[in-house]
Design a binder for this molecule. Structure first.
Ligand code: SF4
Length: 87
């Protein structure tokens, strides 16, 4: 879903799944806890969702996400994202 040098990806995640993953990293500061969770169930790989396979759980989905299969695009040198938000 997203491919970039690790520093770039961690500092500037673009794909909604990358953002959700990084937001879920535990922090040792109880004053700064983010409560981020993905809704829904992980889909079966035997019956994946149409369009973007992440769309049932994506907080940023658009109507076309269930229809179009997003292509991976280079949004900056060496940073690739598979999401219609970056078409
Ligand atoms: S293509 Fe749509 S559903 Fe998939 S990650 Fe991007 S916004 Fe979310």
């Amino acid at each position: 879903m997203e491919l970039a040098p690790s520093r770039d990806l961690c500092a500037n995640p673009k794909h909604p799944y990358s953002r959700a993953l990084l937001d879920s990293v535990p922090v040792a500061d109880p004053e700064n806890i983010k409560q981020v969770s993905l809704e829904g169930e992980v889909p079966s790989p035997l019956n994946p969702p149409s369009g973007c396979t992440f769309h049932p759980r994506c907080r940023m989905r658009k109507p076309e996400c269930g229809i179009e299969v997003p292509l991976m695009r280079e949004i900056s040198p060496g940073h690739f994202v598979t999401c219609i938000l970056y078409n």
